[in-house]
Design a protein around this ligand. Structure first.
Ligand code: GCW
Length: 681
């Protein structure tokens, strides 16, 4: 049955006869020497992949025939070495090349890299070429990741619940580890390696110090050894108060020598279990988590202490910038920048500051975070969220790549035009070699891993974008659909069109025109723009939309909170001037009159009615497109998505009606007759 378990690694027989013949003629044998765990993994994958896709066993060879696939590193293979491929000078320790060439008068294809990890990435890339029906004549591919640390952040707790998880429980079965190895761990590693992900943070940023105790470290070590052949390093979240909680110390003050020593000893212990341990991800002094500020120290002092402990082993610290203080700030938007900007240049070289894509919290649409471009002396790492906390959770289909790209392509103007967020995080703008992109995982124990089948596309997109942020959303969707469903053009185009319209559809039925954080309090599911009873003002939707009889929106100009001052003058000017502020960000930055004339000629209120209705219409169009593919998709996956789209349609209507009826109590204007009138309940 098609339950989605295989993800995009479905190696079924190529269903195009001509192509199958071509591939069979072009691939006649495999030459792969060396028996390191990494090369064994590559060998296993290429054998499994080819026997499925080509429907026959491709033999391992020692000699060359026309159609030999020669795979390896100069160290593992004399044949690869003797080719002296010049491109291997550019592929570093993770890139690869795939080249058609002549050997002993025979046409062969060489998949070559400097390391085992590079070979594995090359193998997955080659299999993807076949899965997506690409030509394989005259190949000359050279691919190198643009970002060094490409990481999933699991918000998984030790009791297997997952914070903001909508796909079942945590796949880490702590209870049965280290002796029981769920086969799923290996499939997880394969899936990640296939898209270039090379790190995984196993535990929630709201951390439990217990994971740093020996009982858990041996479990972590077991996972690390399964992931290692696939080029994946394991990281843990470090609870800042661990020295007190599990170490018996009286303080966790980062300037205290005993505390420093405790972390040094802890690091040493961890590396005894896991020699290639990646390092720590830390959430400190945010939402009640302990941190250096508890002792009057700043983020740099906290991060540096951990960095010093990890440095002898080449570990890194990913210190999160998602912070907001004990008291309710006048504008939460400004907090991360206010705390971190002054610390630029104060961090150790093995620290990265991990910044969420936007200033508030993973909303359907956010402007880029003002820290990007503002800390040139500090490597900034991107944090996206795959799990759909504010994006309809388990029931809504939203392809997130367009949202990621919007941020990556945004221009910070930090060093003049062209200083995109992507160039900040890939290190090019400020000359950093320590670089990274992370995303909060959407993976759980559901058979199909991500709950909603289309959640897989977001996991896929994250890996591909971390490898190469210049890929378009369209290209990534294209690859994913071909591998996950089919290469049939009609099907491909329909599914892509659903995916590519889904993000804007969601923005329209949830938070059009720059509205944000108007979801239900705490659980963040469904609309609750009226809510004003949270224990902190900045957890209330009313704090964010500020609707009143005059208008709606958060004034972040110099007349308001002046958060815009955190951007470069170019960006600030564009957002500050209501006539140049893109309308999709309007209510992020301005409190706008209900009667304000929009570019469409409609008033703001009418535009809002229009957008909410467009959102609902778009979901209905997605439903119709999906329904049209019934014959072309297996029943299981067809029904799965169909039922979820039905829920999504209901929810889109719920969002629209709830928001329009509520905001109408301020605008006091009618919903224009051409739109569906909300049912008053
Ligand atoms: O948006 C908030 C989530 C919290 C999460 C936090 C964070 C892990 O609601 O559940 O905690 O973000 O990113 O730290």
């Amino acid at each position: 049955a098609e339950d989605g378990y295989q993800l995009w690694l479905r190696y079924y027989l190529i269903d195009n006869k001509n192509l199958l013949e071509q591939y069979r003629a072009a691939i006649t044998g495999i030459q792969i020497n060396g028996n390191t765990p990494g090369l064994e993994a590559a060998k296993e994958e290429i054998i499994t992949g080819l026997s499925g896709l080509l429907g026959k066993k491709i033999p391992l060879q020692k000699e060359f025939t026309t159609g030999t696939l020669l795979i390896g590193t100069p160290a593992s293979s004399n044949q690869i070495k003797s080719l002296s491929l010049p491109q291997l000078q550019k592929t570093g320790d993770e890139g690869f090349s795939i080249t058609t060439l002549k050997r002993n008068g025979k046409n062969i294809i060489a998949i070559a890299a400097n390391t085992d990890a590079g070979v594995l990435y090359g193998v997955f890339h080659f299999l993807r070429l076949l899965q997506t029906h690409q030509g394989i004549q005259n190949l000359s591919i050279v691919s190198v990741p643009k970002v060094r640390n490409r990481i999933l952040n699991h918000w998984d707790n030790l009791d297997r619940t997952v914070e903001r998880g909508y796909a079942g429980f945590s796949i880490w079965d702590w209870h049965k580890l280290p002796d029981y190895i769920d086969p799923r761990y290996k499939d997880y590693a394969r899936a990640n390696a296939s898209i270039g992900i090379n790190g995984t943070v196993l535990t929630n940023v709201n951390a439990n110090a217990l994971v740093l105790t020996p009982q858990y470290l041996e479990k972590v070590a077991a996972l690390a050894s399964i992931f290692r052949p696939y080029g994946i390093k394991v990281y843990l979240t470090a609870r800042f108060s661990a020295p007190v909680e599990i170490g018996g110390l009286k303080t966790a003050d980062p300037l205290d020598h005993q505390v420093q020593q405790w972390w040094k000893d802890k690091a040493k212990e961890i590396y005894q279990y896991i020699p290639d341990f990646g390092g720590f991800l830390v959430k400190a002094n945010s939402e009640g988590q302990p941190g250096p500020q508890n002792y009057g120290r700043n983020h740099a002092e906290g991060a540096n202490m951990l960095a010093d402990a990890l440095a002898p082993y080449k570990g890194i610290v990913m210190w999160r910038a998602f912070v907001y203080s004990g008291e309710t700030p006048e504008d939460r938007f400004k907090q991360a920048y206010s705390e971190f900007k002054p610390l630029d240049g104060k961090f150790r070289p093995n620290v990265m500051v991990q910044v969420k894509n936007g200033p508030i919290d993973f909303q359907p649409r956010e402007p880029f975070h003002p820290l990007f471009g503002a800390m040139p002396q500090t490597p900034l790492m991107m944090e996206f969220q795959l799990t759909q906390e504010y994006l309809g959770q388990g029931t809504n289909l939203v392809y997130e790549a367009p949202m990621f790209k919007e941020v990556l392509d945004a221009d910070t103007y930090a060093k003049g035009k062209g200083s995109t967020v992507a160039n900040v995080i890939d290190g090019r703008l400020d000359g950093h070699t320590l670089t990274g992109m992370a995303a909060v995982s959407n993976i759980g124990t559901d058979r199909n891993w991500t709950g909603h089948l289309f959640g897989q596309a977001n996991w896929y997109a994250l890996g591909r974008l971390a490898w190469d942020h210049t890929l378009t959303s369209e290209k990534i969707a294209d690859e994913w659909v071909r591998q996950t469903f089919s290469n049939n053009t009609t099907l491909l185009n329909s599914i892509k069109s659903i995916m590519l319209s889904s993000h804007e559809a969601m923005v329209n039925y949830m938070t059009p025109l720059g509205l944000h954080h108007i979801m239900g309090y705490s659980h963040h599911y469904g609309p609750a723009p009226w809510w004003d009873k949270a224990p902190r003002a900045d957890w209330n939707p009313v704090y964010f939309h500020k609707a009143d009889s005059l208008g709606i929106g958060f004034d972040r100009t110099s007349k308001g909170s002046n958060a815009l001052a955190q951007y470069t003058p170019e960006v600030r000017k564009r957002f500050e001037d209501i006539s140049t502020c893109p309308e999709e960000y309007l209510l992020w930055f301005h409190h706008v009159s209900w009667k304000y004339k929009m570019k469409s000629g409609r008033t703001l209120w009418e535009e809002m009615c229009y957008k909410y209705n467009e959102g609902v219409k778009a979901v209905r169009a997605m439903q119709a497109q999906w329904a049209g593919m019934e014959k072309a998709i297996d029943k299981e996956r067809f029904e799965h998505v169909k039922m979820l789209l039905n829920i999504q349609e209901k929810e889109a209507v719920w969002w629209r009606d709830a928001c329009l009826l509520y905001f109408q109590t301020f605008s006091k204007m009618p919903i224009p007759a051409q739109y569906e009138q909300p049912a008053h309940t």
